[in-house]
Ligand binder design. Structure first.
Ligand SMILES: C[S@@+](CC[C@H](N)C(=O)[O-])C[C@H]1O[C@@H](n2cnc3c(N)ncnc32)[C@H](O)[C@@H]1O
Length: 256
């Protein structure tokens, strides 16, 4: 699809969804006045992260005192089905992150309430739900519909049917979804941030999600190398995070 066609399709998608007008307004303002904000502080953070980064395996052992276990092998039957569902999905979305880190964080906290931003195919949702199901806990997810690809119906398409009873998916932008989610859960065991990668978007969501995270809860953010929002946030709160080198990108994690 040409770029012009994609932009036109996205715009039409927004026009059909009045509940997404606030996000459309924010995107227009960002694109006119604040285009560079996505990369603010990127160089500084990459230097910082590269000096302290460790592997996912080491992070799980250091933080949670648990051995690393491959998620794919542990849940091999469901994983295979999930891969099939991804291959059959007609639209392209963001791929899986550090699933073992997320699953271990849920096990470590014996999580009953997990909040995640960014679902796409649903790999991270699948990982949290595998753990939450054991305690009949709930995963609250926020994801913007894929308007340019008519993709709303496919968000979370790889999540096994049997895990969906423990899942609440909010199909709006984070700025609308998160206040709704926080009305339903005020004591969060694990936060996983993986949606809007602009500096302002990350800063806002980190502040919003940190307060209701329980003491002893785990905070994880993907793609902290895109800008310095995660580093700046941790410095402002005097938090010493662990940085995980995952497939050439950095994931930030700390226990509150
Ligand atoms: C990298 S993907 C998420 C991948 C997922 N966590 C996984 O591990 O499979 C990022 C997702 O964030 C969503 N997203 C981007 N900006 C958003 C926003 N402002 N509010 C809500 N979701 C957003 C996109 O629609 C996309 O599905």
């Amino acid at each position: 699809m040409s770029e012009l066609k994609r932009v036109a399709k996205t715009l039409i998608g927004y026009i059909k969804r009045p509940d997404l007008y606030p996000e459309l307004g924010r995107k227009i303002i960002k694109n006119i006045f604040n285009r560079q904000s996505a990369f603010k502080g990127k160089e500084k953070t990459n230097l910082w992260a590269s000096k302290i980064a460790i592997s996912q395996e080491n992070a799980i052992e250091n933080l949670f005192k648990m051995p690393f276990e491959s998620f794919k092998q542990k849940f091999s039957v469901d994983f295979l089905e999930a891969e099939k569902a991804q291959n059959n999905c007609p639209i392209k979305m963001g791929g899986a992150g550090a699933l073992e880190l997320l699953y271990s964080a849920c096990e470590f906290t014996q999580a009953k309430s997990v909040v995640e931003t960014g679902v796409a195919y649903g790999w991270s949702s699948f990982a949290s739900l595998q753990s939450l199901e054991k305690r009949n806990g709930t995963l609250y997810s926020s994801d913007m519909p894929y308007l340019g690809q008519d993709g709303d119906q496919f968000v979370g398409c790889i999540v096994p049917e049997k895990l969906r009873k423990n899942w609440k998916l909010f199909r709006h932008a984070d700025r609308e979804s998160l206040p709704k989610i926080l009305k339903e859960t005020q004591k969060i065991d694990v936060v996983h941030y993986d949606s809007d990668k602009s500096y302002e978007g990350m800063k806002w969501a980190y502040e919003t999600l940190y307060a209701p995270l329980k003491i002893g809860g785990v905070f994880i953010s993907d793609d902290i190398n895109d800008n310095s929002a995660f580093q700046d946030f941790c410095e402002s709160k005097n938090i010493q995070p662990t940085v995980v080198d995952f497939e050439g990108k950095y994931v930030g994690i700390f226990v509150k």
